[in-house]
Design a protein around this ligand. Structure first.
Ligand code: UD1
Ligand code: MG
Length: 456
């Protein structure tokens, strides 16, 4: 295969977005649209990527970083003028230039690769990716000659009424052979309704030179959808969500209400897991099989085992092993590991802690910077007092220990294996294995005190 280079057009402001942010930095599925296009180009096999920047170039360059070469287009004089800016970068190229736009977030790398391979095999000087649109308004229309070959593209504003009736449109995605592309770009004029140098005019020029111009029709109109407004941004978001949820359902996951379930495309969910409404699964989250997740669970970068049940939970950057049950109202903070069969009840926060096999945290506790063994019972309202105002300290609790209700464990502190802590204790010293640690004021009863109060 010849060398493939992608040129991504991203110089426009996207006025219709009515935003301080350039259009290509708006996100779909949590990722900037331009990032999605860069990923698709990489996935399609582009050895080099050139992004044409203009409006808010500094911001756009921050995203590009070292992923691609950025070329600045000072004035936006049209799509043909935009591609011409890449000439210097591609002057030694003897291969294919794939032109993409930065505002088409749903591109599929595999489809682009197929398009490129068809182009190379056909031996065409240029191939345009087209789509059949029932409502083609606003797009360039594909003009085919009597043999069915592409003769050229006419923009909406330049089209005759007959041409406007054509429903095959230009998606804005092309493959061109270089260096011929740049030769022809130099001959473009801006003699049209918009006074712009149209990239689309390259096709009719190639035709006039007797070169072969091809077209491939995509069956996936959503893949080539361009985003120009916030409404279309929401449409792209909905389309992406539908695709991801569809894939999960096809693989054996039950999603009770797709309309209120949001799953990132990199998230993995095992078979026979059921997802209840109002659930967000994001980032590198992975969930095993036979789990019940939700309602109202948000997990970001959380690894969840099999047969886990959780409801009304927010977890981020942590690990939950098999058969854990939790919720409602749980906050799992980073660097937490819950071993198998841990039970977490309501109003519990766990941070940077390791909780051992079968341990129970049933109600109203804060577990921070702790190492808790297996089979431990943490009573209602226990607090790991981990912060002295300057530093965080750790609490260690041995296997099978029992921490009575409403206890404070002032770290650094250790509770030995099988030890008990009396309810209401504030523990500041080690409790040895199998001992009872009790640290609270002794109870004193004053006989008749209440009755006397009532008489006064
Ligand atoms: C373009 C095509 C049209 C096609 C449509 C698909 C042309 C002349 N028309 O029209 O046939 O159906 O896309 O969406 O090519 N850009 C620059 N620099 C410029 C001008 C544009 O970088 O000087 C960028 C824009 O930021 C955008 C892309 O090129 O990402 C397309 O430009 P736009 O003005 O939106 O073209 P359309 O009118 O949509
Ligand atoms: Mg456009």
């Amino acid at each position: 295969m010849s060398e493939l280079v992608a040129v991504i057009l991203a110089a426009g402001m996207g006025t219709r977005m009515k935003s301080k942010l350039p259009k290509v930095l708006h996100k779909v599925g949590g990722k900037a649209m331009l990032q999605r296009v860069l990923d698709a180009a990489t996935g399609a096999g582009a050895a080099k990527k050139v992004v044409i920047t203009g409006h808010c170039a500094e911001l756009v360059n921050e995203l590009i970083g070292s992923q691609a070469v950025s070329v600045y287009q000072k004035e936006q004089l049209g799509t043909g003028h935009a591609v011409m800016q890449a000439e210097n970068e591609l002057k030694d190229l003897n291969g294919t230039v794939m032109v993409l736009c930065g505002d088409t977030p749903l591109l599929d790398a595999g489809e682009l690769r197929k398009f490129y391979e068809e182009h190379v095999q056909s031996g065409a000087a240029a191939t345009v990716l087209t789509a059949m649109m029932p409502n083609p308004y606003g797009y360039g229309r594909i003009i085919r000659n009597s043999e069915g070959n592409v003769a050229g593209i006419v923009e909406e504003k330049d089209a005759t009424p007959e041409q406007k009736a054509i429903t095959e449109i230009n998606t804005g995605i092309f493959c061109f052979e270089a260096p011929l592309l740049f030769e022809v770009l130099h001959t473009l004029t801006n003699d049209n309704a918009q006074g712009e140098y149209y990239l689309t005019d390259v096709l009719s020029k190639l035709n006039g030179m007797g070169k072969k111009v091809g077209a491939a029709v995509t069956a996936d109109n959503a893949m080539v959808m361009g985003v120009n407004s916030r409404r279309q941004l929401a449409e792209a978001e909905a389309e992406l969500r539908e695709r991801v949820l569809g894939r999960l359902m096809d693989s054996g996951v039950t999603i009770m209400d797709p309309a209120s379930t949001f799953v990132g495309e990199d998230v993995k969910v095992g078979n026979d897991t059921v997802i209840y409404p109002y659930t967000w699964l994001e980032g590198a989250t992975e969930i095993g099989s036979d789990c019940v997740i939700g309602p109202s669970v948000r997990l970001t970068n959380v690894k969840v085992g099999d047969e886990v049940e959780m409801q009304f939970t927010y977890g981020h950057d942590c690990v939950v092993k098999n058969k854990v049950v939790m919720g409602p109202y749980v906050h799992l903070r980073p660097d937490t590991v819950l071993e198998e069969k841990v039970k977490i009840g309501n109003f519990i926060e766990v941070k940077n802690s390791h909780v051992g096999y079968g341990t129970k945290l049933p109600h109203l506790s804060y577990i921070g910077d702790s190492d808790i063994g297996s089979g431990v019972n943490i009573g209602c309202g226990c607090i790991m007092v981990n912060y002295d105002g300057k530093k965080k300290h750790r609490t260690t609790i041995g296997n099978d220990a029992f921490i009575g209700c409403n206890s404070n464990l002032v770290a650094p502190v250790t509770i030995g294996e099988g030890a008990y802590v009396g309810a209401g204790s504030t523990i500041t010293k080690e409790v040895p294995a199998d001992a009872l640690g009790i640290a609270r004021a002794k109870q004193k009863n004053i006989e008749g005190w209440a009755a006397k109060q009532r008489e006064d």
